[in-house]
Design a binder for this molecule. Structure first.
Ligand SMILES: Nc1ncnc2c1ncn2[C@@H]1O[C@H](COP(=O)(O)OP(=O)(O)OP(=O)(O)O)[C@@H](O)[C@H]1O
Ligand SMILES: [Mg+2]
Length: 256
């Protein structure tokens, strides 16, 4: 069992009187892929919103054994949590390269004197940023489109660009909200291979998705949500055998 990079305990989010996420605990180890599945409205996206500090939430979040306060986005981000949204969100007016560059940490010196004195180092830092953006684009198979405006990408390519941005940000934990949505079988398979390779680099992955085959092949463990609660957790084989999962989820998945 790898050491946990992310550990969340008893996370809850309430909208009005309704608990959209109810005492959810989830843990992801280094290089591990954990899936979060459940019917529409079961609280999957809200769980990611809670862990990334964009909605008020209760509970305990630990990243690399350090407590990270919930309820503010800077802290999870600084702790290395990077999140991809349900809809790809590229800057359409920027090239792919620029889209990835803006996701990489900016460590330029501030002020005129600082900038002048540190000029050689700054140039090195900027070159390294550029190289890491190029490497991330290459990694997702978009190297040839580096100078193309993001507005000209297909939907699948926009998703890949989003993932390149995530990789370039140098995350400890990468969270993806339905990354296979809108992708054909071939693209979904390529995504699977890509995400496994990101995990192999030691990144902890938390992946929401509705495609059962994709989740089954991708994940080391799966957490199943229903109306905000964890109804099952385990390896894919364990989870698929669970009666509550059949009742709560598989009917919905087959309909979809
Ligand atoms: N900002 C909000 N204000 C009020 N209610 C919300 C808000 N965001 C989500 N909810 C509600 O919380 C519940 C969980 O929604 P959530 O989007 O997390 O579900 P989901 O599992 O991601 O669903 P899907 O599979 O459709 O993406 C739903 O009942 C939803 O209507
Ligand atoms: Mg959702």
């Amino acid at each position: 069992m790898p050491e946990h990079v992310l550990e969340a305990h008893g996370v809850s989010v309430a909208f009005g009187g309704v608990k959209a996420v109810d005492e959810v605990s989830v843990a992801v180890g280094e290089g591990q892929v954990v899936g979060v599945i459940g019917p529409n409205g079961s609280g999957k996206t809200t769980l990611l919103n809670a862990l990334t500090g964009v909605v008020p939430a209760h509970g305990v979040l630990m990243v690399d054994r350090r407590r990270v306060r919930l309820g503010a986005p800077e802290r999870p981000r600084r702790a290395g949590l990077v999140r991809m949204f349900q809809q790809p969100q590229p800057y359409r007016a920027l090239t792919c390269q620029e889209n990835v560059l803006v996701a990489t940490p900016d460590r330029r010196a501030r002020g005129l004197t600082g900038a002048w004195l540190l000029r050689p180092r700054m140039l090195r830092v900027e070159r390294a940023r550029w190289a890491s953006a190029s490497a991330a684009l290459d990694r997702v198979g978009l190297a040839a489109k580096a100078q193309v405006s993001a507005a000209f990408l297909t939907y699948g390519e926009q998703r890949l660009l989003d993932i390149a941005r995530g990789i370039a940000a140098g995350p400890r934990v990468l969270m993806l909200d339905e990354p296979s949505a809108g992708l054909n079988d071939q693209e979904t398979h390529a995504l699977l291979v890509l995400l496994r390779s990101v995990a192999a680099d030691g990144v902890a992955l938390l992946v929401i998705d509705h495609k059962i085959d994709f989740i089954d092949a991708l994940c080391d463990r799966i957490t199943v949500l229903e109306t905000g609660r964890v109804v099952a957790e385990g390896t894919p084989a364990q989870v698929w055998k669970d009666r509550r999962v059949m009742d709560a989820y598989l009917g919905t998945a087959q309909d979809a």
